[in-house]
Ligand binder design. Sequence first.
Ligand code: 40K
Length: 360
Amino acid sequence: MAERLAAVAGLRVTLIDKRAQVGGQCYSRMDPETGVECHAYGSHIFHTSNEAVWNYLQRFARFNGYRHVVHAKYRNRVYTMPINLGTINAFYGGSLEPREVAAFLQREVEQAGINQPANLEEKAVALLGRPLYEAFIKGYTHKQWETDPRQLSADIITRLPVRHNYNTRYYDDLYEGIPWDGYTRLFERLLDHPLIELQLNTNFFDLGARRKEYDLVVYSGPLDQYFNYCEGRLEWRTLRFDVRRYSEPDAQGCSVMNYADLEVPYTRIHEFKHFHPERRPTPGTITYTEYSRAAGPEDDPYYPINTPRNIELLQKYQALAQAEEQVVFGGRLGSYQYLDMDDTVAQALAVAEQIIRLRP
Ligand code: 40K
């Protein structure tokens, strides 16, 4: 939004961030010890089918040819995700052909005998059958949300993608890639405009009377914090990463390995060097082991938790936000919505355009 308001409308923009760096959760940095660029807040894989968003970002970055594939370990075997013909054949030790998959899954589902799924577990079993659910959904979902899937709502999933072929690409969008020289460089180029001033290490809530110097505020912090949590706190999941460095070139052989067993306390391991196959090889590597937990007041919010309580709270805050003059709320934190990077950009472009069109 800063780039659009400055470059298109010639408006002066101050970008305020409490962190020491730009880019929010997309921030990436070179690890000096291994020479590997790490996504400080977990893996970010850009993918979109939105031509406008893709074309817009081409001004600030070249994207490499990375194509995301997710591997998953379960009981000491490795599979690919989402569930595809390779996963099914490896898991059941079979050699099904594409035309046989639908009938095979139907028999698995019938065996489970679930008519009216009452929770996420029953819904998933009604879509996949019990063995595939128990291997690939049960433990992983339990760890993500720290909740037994029988306690989660069935509406969380409407469908579970199962590929009846050996396509292992995680995303089916038209465009995909990682910025050639990293996400942080993308943001630096985006913000490199004489009308944009950066104020890092600055808490928006410490502005006090200086708030009045601005005609418009674009607020992308937590929605409930803006209103001093007056209706109660919106709940989030946060992630914690354990960093490990290796003096060998490859630790796990792929960028993201999911851990499906409930007994393994972490959810995923990220090995960032695999996001840049085009870069010069390095003798060492670095991994981030991911743990999920409920966000406390001091933790970075990552994922909204869409329980009835939070949805009800959100509606109250949305009403307050509507009534707030000269403030627009946006982004994942400002809207309490899980947003992919491309949707976040699309939202920002649309709101910026509206502001520019309606400006006095
Ligand atoms: C959503 C609403 C959630 C929790 C945890 C880990 O891998 C990711 O970062 C995203 C995945 S995929 C996804 N698509 N929509 C949500 C909608 C809340 S979260 N997710 N959630 C993800 C996720 Cl501990 C990953």
